[in-house]
Design a protein around this ligand. Sequence first.
Ligand code: SF4
Length: 171
Amino acid sequence: MWYRPTPWDVLELEWCPRYLWLSKRHGVPMTPNMAAGRGAEAGLRRFLAKALGAEPKPVYIDAGWAHGVVDILVKRVAASPVEIKTGLPRREHKWQLYAEAYLVKAAGCAVYTGYITYGEKIYRLQISKAELKAAETLLVKAAEVIEGPPPPPVKTGKCAYCQYRAICTPT
Ligand code: SF4
């Protein structure tokens, strides 16, 4: 495995494996929603960091075969990654958070919880060995998808607003 997967890759994998594969070949086009989210993130990060008692800065974590950035890292007796979201809740987000927790653990910190935030709302998730193991499996799978042939397109409701619909041709 030559590719070093990230929690962001896990997010894209859980959204659609073909999306992940295409994003690595074509980049991810910035949508108006994404641009608005980026604009709002700095202010939100300060608010959330204060609420959680953490430094308002992203933390890069290098776990060797996998790596990535955590939006905020809460450090108490154990450490808790915080994933900031500015859009609507989606089921894929928790897997991104679990992958971040995996990195935190692999970097040598105890981790039992993480947070996903939507705007100023903060949701606390328990993280056990099962979630960490599942996250490890998804990181490996993301790398395999990126290194492999294109996954077949599978038409779902997501395709209607996917940035790659023009080049994907789902059936
Ligand atoms: S158009 Fe559909 S199948 Fe193709 S990458 Fe997007 S979500 Fe996946």
